[in-house]
Design a protein around this ligand. Structure first.
Ligand code: SAM
Ligand code: SF4
Length: 334
């Protein structure tokens, strides 16, 4: 597919980064992400592997240089590695980076294949190192598999970044220990504020932990120096002298970062969401399945760039407030 005009929105932001959800299903049920009885999409609605691949090539032709495969849990989709291998062949030919975000439960099985396909770095989500707390938070007793998976990724030569959602009264007290563990094992780490996305069983307000407070607490223990490092995303980094590692802060609530947004997200059913925090979407599946997908997709992209909102506004300031959007993070693709 020959290259075409870049994707630039009405605020002159150039879209170079696609987060592509390959499934909304997951083998964990993290309490801040989804309810225990999560209703998943009928499989028939989900794009085929060939459609996901074709769609990715369209994005690459329009200037997307980085693709992150996500979900749900991307590694629970059976044919997932075929997509990784197909997209891996675009590395150096339009694509600069292919990566994924995973909960790590299946990394032991797939780490070598990911590395062989050209994946260099992955994000692994891990909120606690305490087996009981992990089982309670994710509603599945799978911490040992995750830790084995992270070790397997490292052994396969993948750079691993650990992502943890900071949660009051859940992992708050453990955050310094988690950072020490990650840095000790040679992994960068990023903390994330919980976002009001989709209904869950509890109230996110009860566990919302603003990261400015976490940073102040860490500064009483360690020497934090602001870093110029950027990962092409919203994280702001500090170097920690005592642990010798880098720590990122993603602050969708306390520090808006939308001015530099370079990304869009596509769900497993081919819905293009221009913003994690907005309801605006464009149906790429219908375009892909139309008689003239090239022109239908071009129209979709033009509409999306015209509609991408300037910024999200997430607030968690009182008990019982409704989510900002009804979709769960696992639907849009984290
Ligand atoms: N299952 C994979 C995983 O957990 O890494 C990929 C998808 S998951 C939706 C992506 C990321 O979103 C994870 O790091 C998870 O912790 C985070 N996440 C899920 N729900 C969230 C929420 N409501 N607020 C903030 N982060 C959330
Ligand atoms: Fe699954 Fe990731 Fe959501 Fe946890 S955060 S339930 S691992 S999709």
């Amino acid at each position: 597919m020959s290259s075409q005009a870049p994707l630039i929105d009405r605020f002159a932001r150039r879209i170079t980064y696609l987060r592509l959800s390959v499934t909304d299903r997951c083998d964990l049920r993290c309490a801040y992400c989804m309810p225990e009885r999560m209703e998943f999409l009928p499989k028939a609605e989900v794009l085929t592997l060939e459609e996901l691949h074709r769609l990715s090539l369209h994005f690459i032709a329009r200037g997307v240089r980085k693709i992150r495969l996500t979900g749900g849990e991307p590694l629970v989709r059976r044919d997932m590695m075929d997509l990784v291998r197909a997209l891996g062949r675009k590395l150096g030919d339009g694509l600069d980076e292919l990566t994924l975000t995973t909960n790590g439960t299946r990394l032991t099985e797939f780490a070598d294949d990911l590395a062989a396909a050209g994946v260099k770095r992955i994000n692994v989500s891990l909120d606690t190192l305490d087996r009981g707390a992990f089982a309670k938070l994710s509603r599945r007793d799978m911490l040992p598999q995750v830790l084995e998976g992270i070790a397997a990724a490292k052994a396969a030569g993948l750079r691993v970044k650990i992502n943890a959602v900071a949660l009051k009264d859940i992992n708050e007290a453990e955050i310094p220990g988690l950072i020490e563990w990650a840095h000790g094992a040679g992994h960068d780490m990023t903390l994330i504020e919980v976002m009001p996305l989709g209904e869950i069983e509890g109230d996110r307000f009860d566990h919302y932990l603003p990261l400015d407070a976490v940073r102040r607490d860490l500064e009483t223990r360690w020497t934090l120096t602001d870093s110029d490092a950027r990962s092409g995303g919203p994280a702001r980094y500090v170097d920690i002298a005592e642990t010798g590692g880098r720590l990122g802060f993603i602050t969708p609530l306390t520090g808006n970062f939308c001015a530099g947004c370079n990304r869009v997200r596509v769900t497993a059913t081919g819905q293009l969401y221009m913003c994690l925090g907005g309801e605006g979407r464009v149906d790429l599946r219908a375009a892909l399945r139309s008689d003239n997908p090239d022109s239908a997709l071009s129209e979709c992209f033009a509409r999306a760039m015209g509609e991408k909102q300037e910024r999200h506004s997430f607030v968690i300031d009182r008990p019982g407030s409704a989510p900002a959007v009804s979709r769960h993070m696992s639907t849009t693709g984290g």
